[in-house]
Design a protein around this ligand. Sequence first.
Ligand SMILES: *Cc1c(COP(=O)(O)O)cnc(C)c1O
Length: 369
Amino acid sequence: MKQQTVNFCDLSLAEEIEERIWSKARALISRNGFILDQEVEGFENEFSAFCEASHCVGVATGCDALLWAMEGLGIGKGDEVITVANTFIGSVLPILRTGATPVLVDCDPATQQIDPIQVKAAITPRTSAILAVHLYGRLAPMEELREIAEKNGLALLEDAAQAHGARYRGKRAGGIGHASGFSFYPAKNLGAWGDGGALVTSDDNLAHKVKRIRNYGQKEKYVHFEKGWNSRLDSIQAIVLREKLKLIDEWNERRREAANLYYEQLKDVSVTTFPGDDQDEPVHHLFVVLVPERDKVQQSLQKQEIQTGIHYPVPIHKHECFENESFAAGKNFPHAEKQGTELLSLPMHPNLSPEHVGYVAESLKNALS
Ligand SMILES: *Cc1c(COP(=O)(O)O)cnc(C)c1O
Protein backbone atom coordinates (compact mmCIF):
# COMPACT_ATOMS: atom_id res chain seq x y z
CA MET A 1 0.00 0.00 0.00
CA LYS A 2 1.49 3.29 -1.05
CA GLN A 3 -0.29 6.55 -0.71
CA GLN A 4 0.21 10.26 -0.47
CA THR A 5 2.24 11.98 2.24
CA VAL A 6 0.92 11.64 5.78
CA ASN A 7 1.43 15.08 7.30
CA PHE A 8 2.60 15.40 10.88
CA CYS A 9 0.29 18.33 11.48
CA ASP A 10 -2.53 19.93 9.47
CA LEU A 11 -3.56 23.54 10.04
CA SER A 12 -6.09 23.83 7.23
CA LEU A 13 -9.47 25.43 7.94
CA ALA A 14 -12.75 25.08 6.11
CA GLU A 15 -13.23 27.88 3.58
CA GLU A 16 -16.28 29.35 5.32
CA ILE A 17 -14.38 29.66 8.60
CA GLU A 18 -11.48 31.44 6.91
CA GLU A 19 -13.99 33.73 5.25
CA ARG A 20 -15.61 34.58 8.60
CA ILE A 21 -12.19 35.45 10.02
CA TRP A 22 -11.39 37.71 7.06
CA SER A 23 -14.68 39.51 7.29
CA LYS A 24 -14.29 40.14 11.05
CA ALA A 25 -10.70 41.27 10.46
CA ARG A 26 -11.88 43.76 7.82
CA ALA A 27 -14.38 45.19 10.30
CA LEU A 28 -11.67 45.44 12.97
CA ILE A 29 -9.31 47.21 10.60
CA SER A 30 -11.96 49.74 9.67
CA ARG A 31 -12.48 50.62 13.35
CA ASN A 32 -8.70 50.71 14.06
CA GLY A 33 -9.19 47.99 16.68
CA PHE A 34 -5.61 46.76 16.43
CA ILE A 35 -4.74 46.92 20.14
CA LEU A 36 -6.94 45.36 22.85
CA ASP A 37 -10.07 45.50 20.74
CA GLN A 38 -13.35 44.11 22.07
CA GLU A 39 -12.42 40.88 20.21
CA VAL A 40 -9.70 40.29 22.82
CA GLU A 41 -12.13 40.63 25.71
CA GLY A 42 -14.66 38.49 23.85
CA PHE A 43 -12.09 35.75 23.49
CA GLU A 44 -11.00 36.05 27.11
CA ASN A 45 -14.58 35.56 28.31
CA GLU A 46 -15.13 32.57 26.05
CA PHE A 47 -11.81 30.93 26.85
CA SER A 48 -12.14 31.25 30.64
CA ALA A 49 -15.60 29.63 30.35
CA PHE A 50 -14.08 26.87 28.21
CA CYS A 51 -11.45 26.23 30.92
CA GLU A 52 -14.11 26.36 33.65
CA ALA A 53 -12.18 29.13 35.43
CA SER A 54 -13.10 32.73 36.30
CA HIS A 55 -10.55 34.72 34.32
CA CYS A 56 -8.49 34.64 31.17
CA VAL A 57 -5.96 37.34 30.31
CA GLY A 58 -4.72 37.30 26.72
CA VAL A 59 -0.98 37.87 26.40
CA ALA A 60 1.66 37.74 23.68
CA THR A 61 2.88 34.13 24.03
CA GLY A 62 2.60 31.01 26.17
CA CYS A 63 6.05 31.71 27.56
CA ASP A 64 4.85 35.14 28.74
CA ALA A 65 1.68 33.68 30.28
CA LEU A 66 3.83 31.49 32.55
CA LEU A 67 6.19 34.36 33.31
CA TRP A 68 3.35 36.72 34.33
CA ALA A 69 1.66 33.99 36.38
CA MET A 70 4.80 33.62 38.45
CA GLU A 71 5.65 37.30 38.56
CA GLY A 72 2.07 38.12 39.52
CA LEU A 73 2.30 35.69 42.43
CA GLY A 74 5.50 37.33 43.60
CA ILE A 75 7.79 34.43 42.70
CA GLY A 76 11.36 35.61 42.11
CA LYS A 77 14.91 35.64 43.42
CA GLY A 78 15.48 33.17 46.23
CA ASP A 79 12.50 31.00 45.25
CA GLU A 80 12.56 27.53 43.77
CA VAL A 81 10.01 26.23 41.28
CA ILE A 82 9.79 22.49 40.69
CA THR A 83 9.12 21.26 37.15
CA VAL A 84 9.87 18.30 34.94
CA ALA A 85 13.01 17.56 32.89
CA ASN A 86 11.17 16.30 29.80
CA THR A 87 9.43 19.35 28.48
CA PHE A 88 9.82 22.15 25.99
CA ILE A 89 12.30 24.82 27.08
CA GLY A 90 9.38 27.28 27.17
CA SER A 91 8.33 25.77 30.52
CA VAL A 92 11.67 26.54 32.15
CA LEU A 93 12.85 29.87 30.71
CA PRO A 94 10.01 31.82 32.40
CA ILE A 95 11.08 30.44 35.80
CA LEU A 96 14.63 31.67 35.21
CA ARG A 97 13.33 35.00 33.91
CA THR A 98 11.59 35.72 37.23
CA GLY A 99 14.93 35.26 38.99
CA ALA A 100 13.79 32.02 40.64
CA THR A 101 15.66 28.72 40.33
CA PRO A 102 14.09 25.83 38.43
CA VAL A 103 14.35 22.48 40.22
CA LEU A 104 13.99 19.62 37.78
CA VAL A 105 12.56 16.18 38.47
CA ASP A 106 12.24 13.15 36.23
CA CYS A 107 9.03 11.83 34.68
CA ASP A 108 7.16 8.66 35.56
CA PRO A 109 8.14 6.21 32.77
CA ALA A 110 4.64 4.68 32.78
CA THR A 111 2.95 7.96 31.84
CA GLN A 112 5.78 10.28 30.69
CA GLN A 113 4.33 12.89 33.06
CA ILE A 114 5.98 14.63 36.03
CA ASP A 115 6.47 12.14 38.89
CA PRO A 116 4.76 13.33 42.12
CA ILE A 117 6.99 11.16 44.31
CA GLN A 118 10.03 12.99 43.02
CA VAL A 119 8.28 16.33 43.35
CA LYS A 120 7.71 15.62 47.04
CA ALA A 121 11.36 14.69 47.50
CA ALA A 122 12.53 17.90 45.79
CA ILE A 123 10.77 20.29 48.18
CA THR A 124 13.05 22.55 50.24
CA PRO A 125 12.30 25.54 52.49
CA ARG A 126 12.82 27.75 49.40
CA THR A 127 10.25 25.99 47.21
CA SER A 128 7.40 28.30 46.31
CA ALA A 129 5.62 26.58 43.42
CA ILE A 130 5.17 23.43 41.40
CA LEU A 131 4.85 23.95 37.64
CA ALA A 132 3.00 20.91 36.27
CA VAL A 133 3.29 20.37 32.52
CA HIS A 134 0.38 18.64 30.77
CA LEU A 135 2.71 17.00 28.31
CA TYR A 136 1.39 15.80 24.93
CA GLY A 137 -2.17 16.89 25.75
CA ARG A 138 -2.69 14.72 28.82
CA LEU A 139 -3.09 16.05 32.34
CA ALA A 140 -0.19 15.76 34.75
CA PRO A 141 -1.18 13.91 37.98
CA MET A 142 -2.98 16.93 39.39
CA GLU A 143 -4.69 15.25 42.35
CA GLU A 144 -1.40 14.06 43.78
CA LEU A 145 0.31 17.36 43.01
CA ARG A 146 -2.49 19.35 44.56
CA GLU A 147 -2.25 17.37 47.78
CA ILE A 148 1.52 17.97 47.90
CA ALA A 149 1.08 21.67 47.13
CA GLU A 150 -1.59 22.13 49.82
CA LYS A 151 0.37 20.25 52.49
CA ASN A 152 3.45 22.36 51.83
CA GLY A 153 1.83 25.72 51.18
CA LEU A 154 3.00 25.88 47.54
CA ALA A 155 1.34 27.40 44.49
CA LEU A 156 0.35 24.81 41.90
CA LEU A 157 0.77 26.14 38.36
CA GLU A 158 -0.12 24.50 35.06
CA ASP A 159 1.78 24.68 31.81
CA ALA A 160 -1.27 23.93 29.69
CA ALA A 161 0.33 24.89 26.36
CA GLN A 162 -0.36 21.41 24.97
CA ALA A 163 -3.66 20.67 26.66
CA HIS A 164 -6.51 22.98 25.55
CA GLY A 165 -9.65 21.10 26.57
CA ALA A 166 -8.03 18.05 28.21
CA ARG A 167 -9.71 16.59 31.29
CA TYR A 168 -8.93 14.15 34.06
CA ARG A 169 -11.79 12.96 36.30
CA GLY A 170 -13.92 15.62 34.66
CA LYS A 171 -11.59 18.50 35.58
CA ARG A 172 -10.34 20.64 32.77
CA ALA A 173 -6.74 21.71 32.15
CA GLY A 174 -6.22 25.31 33.16
CA GLY A 175 -8.95 25.32 35.79
CA ILE A 176 -7.29 23.15 38.42
CA GLY A 177 -4.15 24.89 39.64
CA HIS A 178 -3.76 28.38 41.03
CA ALA A 179 -2.93 29.71 37.58
CA SER A 180 -2.12 28.28 34.20
CA GLY A 181 -0.40 29.34 31.01
CA PHE A 182 -1.74 28.51 27.54
CA SER A 183 0.03 28.97 24.22
CA PHE A 184 -1.71 29.65 20.92
CA TYR A 185 1.37 29.01 18.80
CA PRO A 186 -0.09 27.93 15.43
CA ALA A 187 0.56 24.19 15.81
CA LYS A 188 -1.05 23.86 19.25
CA ASN A 189 -4.53 22.30 19.52
CA LEU A 190 -5.92 25.83 19.61
CA GLY A 191 -3.56 27.86 17.44
CA ALA A 192 -3.57 31.44 16.20
CA TRP A 193 -2.24 32.69 12.86
CA GLY A 194 0.87 33.82 14.70
CA ASP A 195 1.91 33.95 18.36
CA GLY A 196 -0.47 34.27 21.26
CA GLY A 197 -0.95 33.12 24.84
CA ALA A 198 -3.22 33.37 27.86
CA LEU A 199 -3.13 33.25 31.61
CA VAL A 200 -6.13 31.45 33.11
CA THR A 201 -6.93 31.70 36.81
CA SER A 202 -9.75 31.98 39.31
CA ASP A 203 -7.70 34.34 41.50
CA ASP A 204 -9.24 37.82 41.00
CA ASN A 205 -6.17 39.67 42.25
CA LEU A 206 -3.79 37.77 40.02
CA ALA A 207 -5.99 38.29 36.96
CA HIS A 208 -6.21 42.04 37.55
CA LYS A 209 -2.50 42.28 38.18
CA VAL A 210 -1.59 40.44 34.98
CA LYS A 211 -4.06 42.60 33.02
CA ARG A 212 -1.97 45.58 34.12
CA ILE A 213 1.41 43.88 33.64
CA ARG A 214 0.68 42.95 30.01
CA ASN A 215 -0.16 46.60 29.24
CA TYR A 216 2.86 48.50 30.63
CA GLY A 217 1.58 48.23 34.19
CA GLN A 218 -1.10 50.73 33.28
CA LYS A 219 -4.09 51.19 35.54
CA GLU A 220 -5.50 53.82 33.25
CA LYS A 221 -3.83 55.61 30.38
CA TYR A 222 -0.43 57.00 31.49
CA VAL A 223 -1.02 55.99 35.11
CA HIS A 224 1.57 53.32 35.79
CA PHE A 225 1.05 51.43 38.98
CA GLU A 226 3.78 48.90 38.52
CA LYS A 227 6.63 48.14 36.16
CA GLY A 228 4.79 46.15 33.55
CA TRP A 229 5.64 45.15 30.03
CA ASN A 230 4.12 45.12 26.57
CA SER A 231 2.73 41.62 26.19
CA ARG A 232 -0.78 41.90 24.78
CA LEU A 233 -2.73 39.33 22.81
CA ASP A 234 -3.05 40.71 19.27
CA SER A 235 -6.63 41.69 18.35
CA ILE A 236 -6.59 40.00 14.94
CA GLN A 237 -5.33 36.79 16.56
CA ALA A 238 -8.25 37.01 18.98
CA ILE A 239 -10.61 36.84 15.98
CA VAL A 240 -8.89 33.70 14.72
CA LEU A 241 -8.97 32.14 18.19
CA ARG A 242 -12.68 32.88 18.72
CA GLU A 243 -13.61 31.18 15.46
CA LYS A 244 -11.40 28.18 16.18
CA LEU A 245 -12.61 27.87 19.78
CA LYS A 246 -16.06 27.00 18.42
CA LEU A 247 -14.55 23.91 16.83
CA ILE A 248 -11.97 22.75 19.31
CA ASP A 249 -14.11 20.16 21.13
CA GLU A 250 -14.91 18.52 17.81
CA TRP A 251 -11.26 18.65 16.72
CA ASN A 252 -10.09 17.15 20.01
CA GLU A 253 -12.67 14.38 19.66
CA ARG A 254 -11.29 13.59 16.20
CA ARG A 255 -7.77 13.45 17.65
CA ARG A 256 -9.04 10.98 20.29
CA GLU A 257 -10.64 8.81 17.62
CA ALA A 258 -7.36 8.71 15.69
CA ALA A 259 -5.46 7.92 18.92
CA ASN A 260 -7.82 5.06 19.76
CA LEU A 261 -7.25 3.61 16.32
CA TYR A 262 -3.48 3.89 16.85
CA TYR A 263 -3.75 2.04 20.19
CA GLU A 264 -5.76 -0.72 18.56
CA GLN A 265 -3.56 -1.12 15.52
CA LEU A 266 -0.26 -0.87 17.38
CA LYS A 267 -1.24 -3.58 19.86
CA ASP A 268 0.88 -6.27 18.24
CA VAL A 269 3.64 -3.94 17.08
CA SER A 270 6.69 -3.77 19.36
CA VAL A 271 6.35 -0.14 20.38
CA THR A 272 5.33 1.26 23.79
CA THR A 273 2.17 3.38 23.82
CA PHE A 274 0.62 5.40 26.67
CA PRO A 275 -3.14 4.84 26.59
CA GLY A 276 -3.87 6.31 30.05
CA ASP A 277 -6.85 5.19 32.15
CA ASP A 278 -10.62 5.50 31.80
CA GLN A 279 -10.75 8.72 33.85
CA ASP A 280 -8.57 10.36 31.28
CA GLU A 281 -9.80 12.60 28.47
CA PRO A 282 -6.59 13.61 26.70
CA VAL A 283 -6.49 15.90 23.67
CA HIS A 284 -3.44 14.30 22.03
CA HIS A 285 -1.49 17.37 21.10
CA LEU A 286 1.15 14.79 20.19
CA PHE A 287 0.90 11.01 19.84
CA VAL A 288 4.15 9.56 21.12
CA VAL A 289 5.48 6.01 21.18
CA LEU A 290 8.76 4.53 22.37
CA VAL A 291 10.58 2.49 19.72
CA PRO A 292 13.90 0.68 19.74
CA GLU A 293 16.29 1.95 17.04
CA ARG A 294 14.19 5.06 16.75
CA ASP A 295 16.36 6.88 14.20
CA LYS A 296 16.30 3.93 11.81
CA VAL A 297 12.54 3.60 12.19
CA GLN A 298 12.06 7.31 11.64
CA GLN A 299 14.09 7.19 8.42
CA SER A 300 12.14 4.22 7.19
CA LEU A 301 8.84 6.05 7.81
CA GLN A 302 10.24 9.10 6.05
CA LYS A 303 10.82 6.91 2.98
CA GLN A 304 7.14 5.99 3.11
CA GLU A 305 6.35 9.73 3.18
CA ILE A 306 5.19 9.60 6.78
CA GLN A 307 6.25 12.71 8.68
CA THR A 308 7.22 12.24 12.34
CA GLY A 309 8.81 14.33 15.10
CA ILE A 310 10.80 13.94 18.33
CA HIS A 311 9.49 15.66 21.46
CA TYR A 312 11.98 16.26 22.77
CA PRO A 313 15.41 15.20 21.50
CA VAL A 314 17.24 17.05 24.32
CA PRO A 315 15.96 17.05 27.92
CA ILE A 316 16.09 20.38 29.76
CA HIS A 317 19.23 19.67 31.80
CA LYS A 318 21.26 18.84 28.66
CA HIS A 319 20.73 22.10 26.80
CA GLU A 320 23.89 23.98 25.95
CA CYS A 321 22.51 27.24 27.32
CA PHE A 322 22.22 25.65 30.78
CA GLU A 323 25.68 24.09 30.88
CA ASN A 324 26.88 26.51 33.54
CA GLU A 325 23.68 26.42 35.58
CA SER A 326 23.78 24.31 38.71
CA PHE A 327 20.12 23.32 38.37
CA ALA A 328 21.03 21.49 35.14
CA ALA A 329 24.74 20.69 34.81
CA GLY A 330 25.70 17.18 35.84
CA LYS A 331 22.12 16.17 36.64
CA ASN A 332 20.77 12.78 35.78
CA PHE A 333 17.18 12.06 34.74
CA PRO A 334 17.29 8.67 33.03
CA HIS A 335 13.63 8.53 31.92
CA ALA A 336 13.72 12.00 30.40
CA GLU A 337 17.00 11.13 28.69
CA LYS A 338 15.58 7.94 27.23
CA GLN A 339 13.05 9.99 25.30
CA GLY A 340 15.87 11.64 23.37
CA THR A 341 16.85 8.28 21.90
CA GLU A 342 13.61 6.25 21.81
CA LEU A 343 10.67 8.59 21.57
CA LEU A 344 8.88 9.12 18.28
CA SER A 345 5.87 11.36 17.65
CA LEU A 346 3.55 9.94 14.99
CA PRO A 347 1.32 12.06 12.74
CA MET A 348 -1.57 13.52 14.79
CA HIS A 349 -4.14 16.14 13.83
CA PRO A 350 -7.93 16.40 13.48
CA ASN A 351 -7.88 15.49 9.79
CA LEU A 352 -5.97 12.24 10.22
CA SER A 353 -8.13 9.57 8.56
CA PRO A 354 -8.47 5.89 9.57
CA GLU A 355 -6.61 5.08 6.33
CA HIS A 356 -3.70 7.30 7.40
CA VAL A 357 -3.55 5.61 10.81
CA GLY A 358 -3.68 2.18 9.18
CA TYR A 359 -0.88 3.09 6.80
CA VAL A 360 1.31 4.48 9.61
CA ALA A 361 0.71 1.39 11.79
CA GLU A 362 1.51 -0.97 8.93
CA SER A 363 4.64 0.98 7.98
CA LEU A 364 5.81 0.95 11.60
CA LYS A 365 5.29 -2.80 11.75
CA ASN A 366 7.32 -3.30 8.57
CA ALA A 367 10.07 -0.99 9.79
CA LEU A 368 10.40 -3.04 12.97
CA SER A 369 10.36 -6.50 11.38
C1 LIG B 1 4.51 25.75 23.20
C2 LIG B 1 4.91 25.53 24.60
C3 LIG B 1 5.31 26.59 25.44
C4 LIG B 1 5.56 27.99 24.95
O1 LIG B 1 4.54 28.60 24.28
P1 LIG B 1 4.87 29.83 23.28
O2 LIG B 1 3.54 30.35 22.92
O3 LIG B 1 5.60 29.24 22.12
O4 LIG B 1 5.69 30.81 24.04
C5 LIG B 1 5.58 26.31 26.76
N1 LIG B 1 5.48 25.07 27.25
C6 LIG B 1 5.11 24.02 26.48
C7 LIG B 1 5.00 22.67 27.10
C8 LIG B 1 4.84 24.20 25.13
O5 LIG B 1 4.50 23.16 24.37
